[in-house]
Design a protein around this ligand. Structure first.
Ligand code: GDP
Ligand code: ZN
Length: 334
């Protein structure tokens, strides 16, 4: 898996957050300081879950930088609210953000990137039998996932719509990814196919569901979550001002273990692969051939002595994946 590369700004932020952490550690004798997990985020409001599963509404200081759902934080309870036995009446302030594994950012309107989810362990890339899957889009998601430093899970939903005409193509697509080492699942909400396999693939990690609109992401998430979790999420979201805004992300715990961070903003995340190195790192099966082309600057398209072309001839690589790779590099140059 590609190593996570930090920007200078991220490095500075982490080191300043670490400093904050040590300061708070020294004050830990004050028993109103707790570790917590951000389970809901909207605008200036956060809901943080403490280790004893209490959910506390929190404010945060701007100087902590971006905070996202999934972040591990340190909070300080408001002295007055300590006397309140009702968790939802308690107020706290986030005083530090712990070092994170990764941060999914979305560039929206204007040029400021918005943090939508942190510490993502797995990206579930959802496509469907109908509308039919777009392998190039799947590959773009895979490149983004590898560069995020998360595991990828490919879900082909609406398996109930498999028929004689599309069956071969769907199976072939699934095989291509499995051969590289990715887990790929066929699921159906309508006919309850693959749901147990999906549940076990989500255990022990924090997942997000991404993919085109209409493939069944909301239906899958809804099927996975018990009513109580959905309700908690709605309550948390409503505690921010924007019950109906798309910027609310919530973290949900799954009954069998694992969690999902979900919001419309997370779901419609569009991968944007900005540089060649990211693309090269994103095609994990090409790693094996690195350094074996005759020319160091080989573009793996027409050059003699190209290890990738040779591997294609020997059926070691998928033509479809190599096409995606070439197209991605081309798109970059455009
Ligand atoms: P999203 O835009 O990716 O969140 O997709 P939705 O969950 O809103 O689903 C889009 C449509 O696909 C809805 O009409 C669902 O009822 C339908 N759908 C979802 N899952 C399945 C499935 O497994 N089989 C079939 N046939 N339809 C499904
Ligand atoms: Zn080459």
């Amino acid at each position: 898996m590609a190593k996570r590369r930090l920007t200078e700004q991220q490095k500075r932020r982490i080191s300043s957050n670490k400093q904050n952490l040590t300061e708070t550690d020294n004050h830990n004798s004050d028993n109103n300081i707790f570790d917590g997990l951000v389970v809901s985020h909207h605008g200036r409001k956060l809901v943080v879950e403490t280790e004893d599963k209490k959910q506390i509404s929190c404010k945060f200081r701007q100087n902590l930088g971006d905070i996202a759902c999934g972040d591990n934080v340190v909070i300080q309870l408001d002295k007055k609210s300590l006397t309140s036995q009702q968790a939802d009446k308690q107020q706290a302030v986030v005083i530090a953000v712990k070092d994170r594994r990764n941060l999914l950012e979305k560039t929206g309107f204007g040029d400021k990137a918005k943090a939508v989810a942190a510490n993502i362990g797995q990206v579930a890339i959802v496509c469907s039998v109908e509308p039919e899957p777009n392998p190039y889009l799947i590959d773009r998601y895979l490149v983004a996932t590898e560069n995020l430093g998360a595991n990828a899970l490919i879900i082909i939903n609406k398996a109930d719509l498999i028929n004689d005409e599309n069956e071969e193509a769907i199976n072939k697509l699934k095989e291509i990814y499995e051969k590289i080492g990715y887990k790929a699942l066929l699921t159906s909400i309508k006919k309850n196919i693959g749901t147990e396999a999906l549940k076990s693939a989500l255990i022990d990690t924090t997942s997000i569901f991404v993919g085109l609109s209409g493939v069944g992401k909301s239906s899958l998430v809804k099927m996975l979550l018990p009513e109580s979790e959905i309700r908690i999420g709605e309550v948390s979201a409503a505690s921010g001002e924007g019950k109906h805004t798309t910027t609310v992300s919530s973290l949900y715990h799954l009954p069998d273990g694992g969690s999902i961070i979900d919001s419309p903003g997370v779901r419609d995340f569009t991968p944007c692969n900005r540089n060649k190195e990211n693309i090269v790192n994103g095609f994990i099966e090409l790693e094996h051939y690195r350094g074996f082309c005759k020319f160091a600057n080989c573009t793996h398209t027409t050059e003699p002595g190209c290890a990738i072309i040779e591997a294609l001839k020997n059926d070691e690589l998928s033509q479809q994946r190599v096409n995606s790779f070439r197209k991605m590099i081309e798109d970059l140059n455009d």
